[in-house]
Design a protein around this ligand. Structure first.
Ligand SMILES: Nc1ncnc2c1ncn2[C@@H]1O[C@H](COP(=O)(O)OP(=O)(O)O)[C@@H](O)[C@H]1O
Ligand SMILES: [Mg+2]
Length: 260
């Protein structure tokens, strides 16, 4: 069943096109990895999904409803550099995030104690149990990032947007976070969009891997055209392309282009 439908999105900043002709249909529970050259519009695409900005043209619907232009807790996000609540302890950062996902907001009494126990279990799984009582400022960058990811997941968003979430972590910690994310998805169904620079990570975690690239390239004016989705790989089926996007503009393959 389609959860997120992206139809003919164009996004320009002033006269400068960033994205063009972006269309995508995503089923509930799918994990979409997004790769593409630096500056090609991946974060812009996530902001459009988050409804932080409106597209120049085109429409995005969730569950058949157009985005409303207001914050919505069904969508969580983790940016590459994420800020946690500095005035809350590590554990209370997790508890607060869980509270945000509830209709009544804050938790009291037994519910709060239970949330603390869940937060401690989460911190244990991501190797932060020993700093549960500390404040984020006392943590290393990698630890803060782990906390930010756990916080977004604790809110159990229906749609999770991850913008290069593991890029700053060392390889061992990255593997640990992969396992944590995979486990949580089995416990709580979430639809995930994850931007990454790491192709191996994209295929390991994603059900699909989509590639943003320019199909039109003017050597005299490199910024003349925007990027679109050029490949959509089925990562669970040996990387067989879902559909080569050759039908969209008549060219047989994405334009070869010099590295930026
Ligand atoms: N709010 C904005 N105003 C003007 N230009 C922007 C804005 N946001 C992003 N850009 C530009 O759009 C292009 C795509 O940015 P971005 O989506 O961050 O790329 P990516 O995440 O793929 O590296 C970049 O050239 C960036 O400078
Ligand atoms: Mg980006």
């Amino acid at each position: 069943m389609t959860l997120v439908q992206v139809d003919g999105i164009f996004q320009s900043y002033g006269p400068r096109p960033i994205l063009e002709r972006v269309s995508l249909s995503v089923g509930e529970g799918e994990f979409i990895s997004i790769v593409g050259a630096s500056g090609c519009g991946k974060s812009t695409f996530l902001r459009l999904l988050l409804d932080q900005e409106r597209p120049t043209r085109g429409q995005i619907t969730v569950d058949g409803q157009p985005l409303k232009g207001e914050p919505d807790r069904t969508r969580g996000i983790v940016f590459q550099r994420y800020s946690v609540f500095p005035h809350l302890t590590v554990r209370d950062n997790i508890v607060a995030a869980e509270g945000l996902s509830r209709p009544l907001g804050r938790l009291f009494g037994p519910a709060r104690r239970a949330a603390r126990a869940r937060a401690d279990a989460t911190l244990d799984r991501i190797g932060l149990a020993h700093v549960a009582h500390q404040y984020p400022a006392a943590l290393s960058g990698g630890m803060q990032q782990r906390l930010a990811i756990a916080q977004a997941l604790a809110a159990k968003p229906r749609i999770l947007l991850l913008d290069e979430p593991f890029g700053a972590l060392d390889p061992g910690t990255r593997e640990q976070m992969h396992a944590f994310l995979t486990d949580l998805r089995q416990e709580t169904p979430m639809t995930v969009f994850m931007v990454t620079h790491d192709l191996r990570e994209a295929f390991k975690l994603g059900d699909r891997v989509i590639v943003f690239d320019k199909t039109r390239w003017d050597p005299h004016d490199p910024a003349a055209y925007g990027a679109t989705i050029t490949y959509d790989f089925d990562a669970r089926n040996g990387g067989i392309p879902y559909q080569l996007k050759e039908d969209q503009d008549g060219s047989s393959h994405p334009a070869a282009q010099p590295a930026a």
